[in-house]
Design a protein around this ligand. Structure first.
Ligand SMILES: CC(=O)N[C@H]1[C@@H](OP(=O)(O)OP(=O)(O)OC[C@H]2O[C@@H](n3ccc(=O)[nH]c3=O)[C@H](O)[C@@H]2O)O[C@H](CO)[C@@H](O)[C@@H]1O[C@H](C)C(=O)N[C@@H](C)C(=O)N[C@H](CCC(=O)O)C(=O)O
Ligand SMILES: Nc1ncnc2c1ncn2[C@@H]1O[C@H](COP(=O)(O)OP(=O)(O)OP(=O)(O)O)[C@@H](O)[C@H]1O
Ligand SMILES: N[C@H](CCC[C@H](N)C(=O)O)C(=O)O
Ligand SMILES: [Mg+2]
Length: 487
């Protein structure tokens, strides 16, 4: 419980009606969750407008309302605070409500199109191995030390973030690594947090449904670095065309990492196969179980970040060689009959291309590469033909199927994917709408030493069709079929 006026610290107020010296219980931005003595923050969203639910929130017991537009009729005894931006206000209020928890630990944000979960999770593992109590906010899971919580978003809303950071404070967590998504930045979910560092992975095609243009998407990511304080570090991938742009206006101390360009942290790939990667990192050789060229970037980023956070080089390298792959990122199962099934969260054109190129660089010519892939519904449609093109050009056989269709017609999504397939690749493709059946078909086609890639859903343990989530686990399903078929 806190005084409303204390929670409003750092929020720029446009108008106030009523008393701000009232004690509030909790902060909510969803009227359905409001109860007695809470404060309701009305947000203009993408689907509806929270201002429509102000009366409802008051009926449920809200004693204060934060809004961008004052309602025509105000209720006596209720406090109304008008602000310019409700999402921004919510973020500051959440931080104040939980006693500014990001100040009490070293918070590092990871942003970019691909690699956020991998980098954040590996840093969590690395710092845990180094003996620290660590927190993690990621797509796959939330962690407070050893305790695990379910994640609903890549970057949760600001109230959720601050509530977990508070838990981390209480548990004595010293470092927290979090993914910072473009939706998160655009919706002020990370506003008001005190970052000790920011890491940029890469920028390619994704979420252009939400951000309209690539430039807008890039600028949203850049805003994260623009807001870092001078005390923080800003670490960027110098091989990415937008790597330097990201740090153009940051006040933070700038550092670069790269495989190809001149950089503060350099790596070279010495060996790359299904066993892992042998890297030369700033003149030290290090072996890692992680597979694929793109993971060389991830490993280099975590090495650089660990140095910038004060770990000793030798210690970091020792721990790096013990790190385990992140769930759903190039996870694989080799059957009795020597068929390799790989499950990977590649759900963007760039990620799919990287994974397929990695497999092709390791695969020998007479082994088939059978790819099972789809695209999510209610998400960026323009990536569909691109992924269709990439999958069919870089695999020997492709089964297009459903990802999470959400509210869309799965067959229409598949048609849009197929539009990207070039005529010379038509003979490689087929479509099986039901994902389970598609995986089964791939298992039936595969023979000894062939490789099956199941892309797009990685760690997800559900499939969402028409708003309903049913249990679904790519790795479990492919493993079961291969066993059942005695392959
Ligand atoms: C498109 C999008 O990002 N939407 C997020 C947004 O909701 P919204 O703006 O659409 O909300 P809305 O439904 O329009 O409602 C507006 C307001 O009215 C309120 N409301 C609504 C109904 C009601 O009865 N009463 C009420 O008060 C809502 O609580 C909300 O505050 O704000 C919500 C609270 O933070 C998020 O949960 C929600 O995420 C949705 C579920 C989602 O699917 N988001 C995905 C796209 C996302 O955020 N993904 C990124 C990862 C992207 C990546 O791959 O990098 C992530 O960080 O997870
Ligand atoms: N550094 C990288 N560069 C390019 N592709 C990568 C990189 N790291 C991982 N990938 C690919 O992208 C997929 C997603 O990786 P990861 O989950 O780490 O990314 P993410 O940024 O967290 O994604 P999301 O936005 O969905 O949370 C992986 O399964 C892999 O195929
Ligand atoms: N964070 C991404 C994940 C996409 C994963 C894919 N399986 C899908 O459902 O589209 C998103 O919400 O767009
Ligand atoms: Mg992620």
């Amino acid at each position: 419980m806190k005084l409303l006026k204390d929670i409003l610290y750092r929020v720029s107020l446009e108008a106030v009606v009523g008393n701000t010296a009232v004690t509030v219980n909790e902060i909510h931005f969803d009227s359905r969750k409001v109860s007695f003595n809470d404060v309701f923050v009305a947000i203009k969203g993408t689907l509806s407008d929270g201002h429509r639910f102000i009366e409802k929130a008051i009926e449920q017991g809200a004693l204060a309302v934060i809004c961008e537009e004052m309602p025509k009729n105000t209720v006596n005894g209720i406090t109304y605070v008008q602000v310019k931006d409700s999402q921004q206000a919510l973020a500051y209020m959440a931080a104040n409500f939980y006693d500014d928890p990001s100040k009490n630990l070293k918070l590092v944000g990871v942003t970019g199109t691909n690699g956020k979960t991998t980098v954040a999770s590996l840093l969590y593992q690395l710092f845990t191995k180094a003996g620290f109590k660590v927190g993690l906010l990621s797509t796959v899971q939330i962690r407070v030390g050893e305790e695990t919580f379910k994640a609903t978003h890549t970057t949760p809303d600001s109230v959720t973030i601050n509530s977990y950071l508070k838990k981390m404070n209480e548990a004595g967590v010293e470092y927290c690594f979090m993914e910072v998504s473009s939706h998160g930045i655009a919706q002020h979910r990370t506003t008001g947090l005190h970052f000790a560092g920011g890491i940029f992975t890469n920028l390619t095609h994704e979420h252009l449904d939400y951000h309209n243009t690539f430039a807008e998407y890039r600028d949203v990511k850049k805003a994260f670095f623009d807001q870092l304080p001078a005390s923080a570090f800003a670490l960027t991938n110098a091989d990415d065309k937008n790597g330097k742009v990201m740090l153009q206006n940051t006040k933070a101390k700038k550092y670069t990492y790269a495989l190809k360009s001149v950089a503060d942290y350099k790596a070279q790939i010495l060996e790359n196969d299904f066993g892992g990667l042998l890297l030369k990192v700033n003149d030290h050789e290090v072996w890692t179980k992680l597979i694929g060229n793109f993971n060389a970037y991830n490993v280099l980023a975590i090495f650089a970040a660990s140095e910038l956070l004060g770990l000793q080089t030798v210690e970091s390298l020792r721990h790096i060689s013990e790190l385990e792959a992140v769930s759903g990122r190039f996870q694989y199962y080799i059957s009795e009959g020597k068929i390799t099934a790989i499950v990977d969260y590649a759900h963007t054109p760039d990620a799919l291309q990287n994974v397929l190129e990695t497999i092709n660089s390791i695969r020998t010519k007479n082994e088939e590469l059978i790819t099972v892939v789809g695209c999510g519904g209610d998400r960026d449609r323009t990536k569909r033909p691109k992924m269709g093109h990439i999958a069919s050009a870089l695999s020997t056989k492709v089964i297009f199927t459903s990802d999470n269709p959400r509210t869309e017609d799965p067959d229409k999504i598949i048609e849009e994917i197929e539009e990207g397939v070039e005529p010379q690749n038509f003979k490689k493709i087929m479509s099986v709408t039901n994902r389970r059946q598609a995986i089964k078909a791939a298992c039936q086609m595969a023979e000894k030493k062939d490789i099956i890639l199941i892309a797009g859903k990685g760690h997800e343990t559900y499939q969402e069709i028409n708003g309903e989530r049913k249990d679904f686990d790519d790795l479990k399903i492919v493993t079961e079929f291969l066993k059942e078929l005695n392959k």
